[in-house]
Design a protein. Structure first.
Length: 319
């Protein structure tokens, strides 16, 4: 019989850590969820340090991170770690669920009453062993992930710049399999790279960058890579679900990778559309953006490639 396990994390506040005092959330969530899960597991920064995982909860400067409280608890680098630690104890096919504990709205008892039904529906609908809902059709990685991560981990691919953000704290589901373990392992390893998980700036930021969602943004880049490379047959329209106003009982389904561009193309179409406009003036393009010379973008062919892969997503003009 499939086992359902809930895993949560809370900071205790001084003197144990400098995060928020969220100990009271443990009782609230436990009372709401205990009848609907086979087991509920809790982690804290203290527990992880005692286990030797200091790096994942070390304090950092907020920098580009909008939620400064996250910087006191490792920018949530611990999230894939604790999921992997618990999956190790579970049987193939068992289901692990992670949820943030501090959101009063999402921890109401009525949300947990329907939880197993929602979990099963999400896994069936997304047709994959790992589920994390889309945040919205307007939150794109180019604005919420440090650009050095997209350049390096995302291989500077245009698809990743326009990929939508997913909300890992609301409801993350892993059905134990080699696929879910591989994805979580990639996520954990990426969170171990300081230049990716910290709030510092490394190189130029995308023109419309707003703020950084650390471990969540890293996960989204990995998912975009998997979709782009068709890894393990992850569906092109993954995850197919978002929740209205972050209420998991209010499911919104969609069947495109991303919303429409310019009222006529979805992002999948935009990604696949590698046609240079007939009126593309490569000389004008290079003249307007002389800094491209530093990157040896100095011919018609190189100008076209640059515009296709980068310029059009950065709003660059070519005439």
């Amino acid at each position: 019989m499939v086992q359902y396990k809930l895993i949560c994390f809370y900071s205790e506040g001084p003197p144990n850590d400098n995060g928020l005092r969220l100990g009271h959330c443990k009782e609230i969530v436990t009372n709401s969820a205990k009848d609907y899960f086979d087991e509920i597991i809790w982690y804290t920064p203290t527990k992880l340090r005692e286990m030797g995982y200091d790096y994942y909860v070390k304090e950092r400067e907020p920098g580009l991170v909008n939620n400064s409280g996250m910087s006191y608890i490792g920018n949530c680098a611990w999230r894939p770690l604790i999921m992997l630690l618990e999956l190790e104890k579970m049987q193939e096919g068992d289901i692990l669920v992670y949820r943030d504990c501090k959101n009063k709205k999402q921890n109401k008892s009525n949300q947990y009453e329907q939880m197993k039904k929602i979990i099963d529906y999400c896994l069936k609908t997304c047709n994959f062993d790992f589920f994390v809902p889309r945040e919205s059709d307007h939150h794109l990685l180019q604005s919420y992930v440090k650009t050095n991560i997209i350049r390096e981990l995302g291989e500077n691919n245009a698809f990743t710049y326009k990929f939508p953000s997913h909300f890992a704290g609301l409801l993350t589901i892993a059905r134990k399999s080699q696929i879910s373990i591989q994805l979580l392992t990639e996520w954990k390893q990426a969170c171990e790279k300081e230049e990716w998980i910290d709030g510092k700036t490394y190189g130029p930021l995308y023109s419309n960058f707003k703020w950084f969602t650390p471990e969540q943004g890293i996960l989204c880049v990995i998912i975009s890579n998997w979709i782009r490379k068709r890894k393990h047959n992850i569906p092109l329209d993954y995850p197919k679900i978002q929740f209205e106003k972050r209420d998991i009982t209010r499911i919104i389904e969609f069947n495109t990778i991303l919303p429409e561009l310019n009222g006529k193309e979805n992002y999948e179409g935009e990604w696949c559309n590698y046609n240079v406009p007939d009126d593309f003036d490569w000389q004008c393009y290079l003249s307007k953006y002389s800094e491209l010379q530093k990157f040896e973008v100095n011919t018609k062919e190189k100008a076209e490639i640059h515009w296709l892969n980068h310029g059009r997503y950065e709003g660059k003009k070519y005439k």
